[in-house]
Design a protein around this ligand. Structure first.
Ligand code: ABN
Length: 173
């Protein structure tokens, strides 16, 4: 910890030499008030919603029981170095996807969930989740989820699946 003490001491001395106490306090106050206001910005709220675990997006994205996983058949990217919406490093997201409709327990509404496969590495092997709601036999491809959607990607090797919330489902399901 000695180096940390020296670093903090040097920084403190440099600040003391180059600023007056009043201007230092003004800057510190601005930083504190500004920092406290950051979560009020729309961007911060959106990020919180994506991360899961909030009222709007409850549950653990690494659990098969997580609400967005209702129609999935694959490995959860949130367990494989990615998140619910981003592929793990070194993999590429498929543009062609399986679509499901899942009910969000936070508001009781149905949302359209896009199950994009992440491609380019061998199977993640962790958090296999097969909830398969509304899945139909593979001889009806447009209603079946048991497919490798790594099509049109550089590699056809399947790694894991993300669960992107596309938006509110409207009309009859
Ligand atoms: N869409 C996930 C997946 C990949 C390979 C085989 C079956 C299902």
């Amino acid at each position: 910890m000695n180096w940390l003490d020296h670093l903090v001491e040097r920084c403190t001395r440099r600040i003391a030499q180059s600023t007056s106490r009043r201007s230092f306090l003004t800057r510190l106050g601005t930083a504190l008030v500004g920092g406290a206001a950051l979560p009020l910005l729309p961007v911060a709220r959106a990020a919180a919603g994506q991360a899961g675990g909030t009222d709007a997006d409850p549950g653990d994205p690494t659990s098969c029981d997580y609400w967005r996983n209702c129609a999935i058949d694959g490995y959860l990217c949130a367990c494989c170095g990615g998140t619910t919406t981003t592929c793990p490093p070194g993999t590429e997201m498929s543009a062609i996807t399986w679509i499901g409709t899942c009910r969000n327990p936070a508001d009781g509404k149905d949302y359209i969930i896009s199950y994009n496969d992440c491609c380019g590495k061998t199977s993640c092997g962790t958090c296999l989740c097969q909830r398969n709601e509304s899945d139909r036999p593979v001889y009806r491809p447009h209603t079946a989820n048991d497919y490798n959607w790594c099509i049109g990607t550089k590699s056809a090797v399947y790694h894991c699946t993300v669960t992107v919330n596309i938006g509110l489902a409207t009309g009859a399901s």
